[in-house]
Write a protein that binds this ligand. Structure first.
Ligand code: NAP
Length: 290
């Protein structure tokens, strides 16, 4: 199968690499060309614009930042829908975007005689590299079934969830839980620390208790060092919690975490890891939370 891949950021690059290593012919595009170099070195072909990728591929996968990036990649000049190459092709968007964007692109694909799946992922760069993502899929079931072998290379599990937009809804739900969990860990250790329990003691207690999770284990080292190099950047979490809010969700925890992450982003922590919310919530900054 000839596969097209658009978006070679932190996630896209390692995911695309797994497809090349599994002997798929890959046609790639990234706005910043230099990021394609490592993939070209292992056999992928760089295309000068997205419409060329469509021309050469049967399945075209996008993995870019957000709704605006996805809309631009599909609909701008030189984009995926240009030059009449889309008919009969299958487009898969694995970016985290709003269900409305997924549905709108699905409608455009249908009008052009093309197919579309929204298939965002749970798991960050390490699981992506190891092919251990969880993939949540919305669209037509028979279309999903045709590309299960591709999903099996990229992830440890893919789930078909219903019509277009369902994958995006499921992704927002899991990231809402992730945001709540991350902020919960941060608040717990900061509260304990304020009253004389060290971070090390508290992280041991959390990890050994019923509320210890993979995520608390993974983040322990950074919490103890109080250093947060991005695995999953805070700016992406803030975007996702904003998308939850835009669906009309006003549940108490969703509201609280969206506000905290948004303020942390405004304070300049966007490029840090999500766990960097700890830094923002540390004592002298609590007062900024309303
Ligand atoms: P990233 O490292 O910030 O990369 C973003 C990619 O989008 C780059 O290839 C960038 O191109 C491209 N892009 C952005 N705006 C564009 C535009 N207007 N036109 C064309 N290309 C554009 O992001 P990432 O971490 O790979 O995440 C990608 C998606 O996966 C996001 O939706 C994110 O929420 C989701 N996700 C991320 C993680 C994670 O741990 N990082 C985990 C699960 C899901 P340039 O290289 O030219 O900037």
């Amino acid at each position: 199968m000839n596969i097209g891949w658009i978006g070679l950021g932190n996630m896209g690059r390692v995911m695309a690499e797994n497809l090349v290593k599994a002997d798929h012919r890959l046609f790639i595009y990234n706005r910043t060309k230099i990021k394609a170099e490592s993939l070209v070195n292992i056999g992928a072909t760089f295309c000068e614009d997205p419409s060329k990728v469509v021309y050469l591929s049967d399945v075209i996968i996008t993995m870019v930042s957000d709704d605006d990036a996805v809309k631009s990649i599909y609909s701008s000049e030189g984009g995926l829908f240009e030059n009449g190459n889309a008919q009969g092709k299958l487009f898969i968007d694995m970016s985290t975007v709003s269900p409305e964007t997924s549905k709108s692109i699905a409608d455009k694909c249908e009008k052009m005689g093309a197919y579309f799946l929204d298939a965002p992922v749970s798991g960050s760069v390490k699981p992506a590299k190891e092919g251990n993502l969880v993939i949540m899929v919305g669209g037509k079931k028979d279309v999903y079934e045709k590309v299960v072998p591709v999903f099996n290379i990229l992830g440890k599990k893919s789930l078909y969830l219903g019509d277009n937009g369902s994958g995006s809804i499921a992704k927002l739900a899991i990231n809402l839980l992730l945001g709540i969990t991350i902020q919960g860990i941060a608040e717990s250790i900061l509260f304990a620390e304020k009253h004389g329990i060290t971070r090390e003691e508290m992280m041991t207690i959390i990890n050994e208790s019923a509320v210890g999770t993979d995520i608390s284990q993974i983040k322990t080292e950074n919490i103890l060092k109080n250093e947060y190099p991005a695995a999953f950047p805070l700016k992406h979490m803030t975007k996702d919690l904003g998308l939850v809010k835009n669906t009309g969700t006003v549940s108490p925890l969703a509201k609280a975490v969206e506000e905290a992450f948004r303020l942390a982003l405004e304070a300049g922590l966007g490029e840090q890891d999500v766990m960097g919310i700890t830094d923002y919530l540390s004592e002298n900054k609590f007062s900024k939370l309303t």
